[in-house]
Design a protein around this ligand. Structure first.
Ligand code: COA
Length: 263
């Protein structure tokens, strides 16, 4: 898979498809671009899809960012390095926060938004942050225990665990500290491009309420709550997730919609 020099680091990214639009998909806490493999395969006919490993994650160099804004800056420089100006920006969990930050600060570059298992504010359980700071493996285990739907297969649990532990110890803590400081609740109504928000019905980390909030506040945003899935809905129910993303991509280019008032 390709690598590119950007923002002072060597960044690894997954890639599929070609042509317009470019869709950039950003992974969540302790993750990597390969959490989007099914979507990269299934949506390759709808444009060019790229999914970077964020700095300090899996195969990319550098250190994990300290804030969502810093990660959004990295995504912008990554897209610059690919010579991509306008993009459908999407993300899962922390990656969704990064996508929102990108869309809010770079509306001229954003032609669509895909929000998966995320929220406009991402407060983290204090106990989780405490454990990650003091007993890191215990903290990761607590996070993983809340990550999937009750009926998720054991092999999925194992591979998610392996992916998250593959990052060096501070990464999950840094990611969750960045999430904990993120709050754009009073700004998301200004998003004025086609948007879809998707989450699992059993998501404990970013509950369906967060996704419904997007549907209420962003004009034309479709909120999709998928039964039988937890926080990793794009992995647990890839077909339902891909279908909702495909529907969104079919509307991109249909022109801007009016932003909702901030009330
Ligand atoms: N979208 C919509 N509503 C939100 C929201 C979001 N992103 N984030 C918070 N809210 C709502 C809450 O539902 C709550 O509404 P209510 O008063 O009607 O019940 C209100 O805003 C206050 O929420 P918050 O400031 O987060 O405080 P809290 O005491 O309700 O919750 C936590 C704090 C950490 C316990 C809680 O956010 C939580 O359980 N988070 C999930 C676990 C976790 O750590 N996730 C990791 C995220 S990456």
């Amino acid at each position: 898979m390709p690598r590119i020099r950007t923002g002072g680091i060597e960044a690894h990214y997954e890639s599929s498809g070609a042509g317009a639009p470019t869709v950039c998909l950003i992974h969540g806490t302790g993750g990597a671009g390969n959490v989007w493999m099914r979507q990269l395969e299934d949506l390759a006919g709808m444009g060019r899809l790229v999914a970077p490993d964020l700095p300090g994650h899996r195969q990319s160099g550098g250190e994990a960012a300290l804030s969502i804004a810093q990660s959004a800056d990295f995504v912008a420089s990554f897209l610059d390095a690919l010579a991509v100006r306008r993009v459908v920006i999407g993300g899962h969990s922390m990656g969704g926060a990064i996508a929102l930050q990108f869309a809010l600060t770079r509306p001229d570059r954003t032609i669509g938004v895909i929000l998966v298992g995320t929220g406009a504010r991402l407060r983290v359980l204090p106990r989780l942050l405490e454990l990650l700071a003091g007993e890191y493996p215990e903290g990761v285990r607590l996070l993983m225990s809340m990550a999937l739907a009750a009926g998720a297969p054991a092999d999925l649990r194992t591979s998610l665990h392996r992916l998250t532990f593959a990052n060096p110890p501070p990464v999950v803590l840094r990611d969750l500290q960045a999430c904990d400081a993120f709050d754009v609740m009073d700004r998301i109504a200004t998003i004025a491009v086609p948007t879809v928000a998707i989450c699992g019905e059993e998501d404990q980390l970013t509950p369906p309420k967060y996704t419904r909030f997007f549907g209420e506040k962003i004009v034309g945003c479709r909120a999709v709550v998928v039964p039988g899935a937890g926080h990793y809905v794009q992995v647990e129910r890839p077909d339902a997730t891909t279908t909702a993303m495909r529907d969104l991509l079919a509307t991109v280019g249909g022109g801007p919609v009016l932003a909702k008032s901030r009330s």
